[in-house]
Design a binder for this molecule. Structure first.
Ligand SMILES: CCC1=C(C)/C(=C/C2=NC(=C\c3[nH]c(/C=C4\NC(=O)[C@H](C)[C@H]4CC)c(C)c3CCC(=O)O)/C(CCC(=O)O)=C2C)NC1=O
Length: 169
């Protein structure tokens, strides 16, 4: 599992180079956002259950057929599985935010996920919507808490939706 610093060092070490201007710029932007990353991760940890519940409610409001007979999240068991998946995405995104790197998502979340979703008929489009709803909620909350630049929050959520969307179903 990698973070901003370890991936950068391993890149430069592979070619035997000293850190150059580009490397230092990217380290600097990571460290400058460091406190904000921790602030957001802390807020996620303390509010995960309500973030997932609220994002789920919004998702089912936008795509109500999911929880109607025939929908993939219909029945209590599948409804719970759907919210549990949203909770996985949120938790792993909080790790990736702190690491400043999406490697943990590739390694722990996306590996084999396409195949699983395809075989269970879990629809990708609405899953992507759910992930984006959580991202928007977090960005709003971070802004409310005084985080001036919230763009760094996009990275892990957009990585998940980009990788998931590549699935052809
Ligand atoms: C930590 C990494 C990790 C992930 C990501 C993960 C996902 C995951 N989601 C699953 C099921 C599922 N996932 C969903 C999710 C949804 N259905 C919808 O309509 C919505 C669009 C969406 C919620 C947003 C549902 C409903 C199931 C159960 C499907 C079924 O059993 O028929 C399953 C099949 C096994 C199970 O039910 O537990 C896996 C492995 N498991 C993992 O260990």
């Amino acid at each position: 599992m990698r973070d901003t610093v370890t991936s950068l060092i391993s890149n430069y070490d592979n070619t035997g180079r000293y850190l150059d201007r580009d490397a230092l710029d990217s380290l600097q932007s990571y460290f400058i956002t460091g406190m904000d990353r921790v602030t957001v991760a802390t807020w996620i940890s303390a509010n995960a259950a309500s973030i997932v519940r609220e994002a789920g409610a919004k998702l089912f409001e936008q795509v109500p057929e999911l929880i109607r007979p025939g929908g993939n999240a219909y029945t209590t068991r599948r409804y719970a599985a759907c919210l549990r998946d949203m909770d996985y995405y949120l938790r792993y995104c909080s790790y990736a935010l702190v690491a400043g790197d999406c490697d943990v998502l590739t390694e722990r979340v996306l590996n084999g996920l396409r195949e699983t979703y395809n075989s269970l008929g879990v629809p990708i489009g609405p899953t992507v919507v759910g992930i984006q709803i959580m991202k928007d909620m977090l960005k709003q909350q971070a802004a409310d808490q005084g985080v001036a630049e919230t763009a760094f929050i996009d990275m892990p959520f957009d990585h998940l939706t980009r990788e998931l969307s590549e699935v052809s179903i």
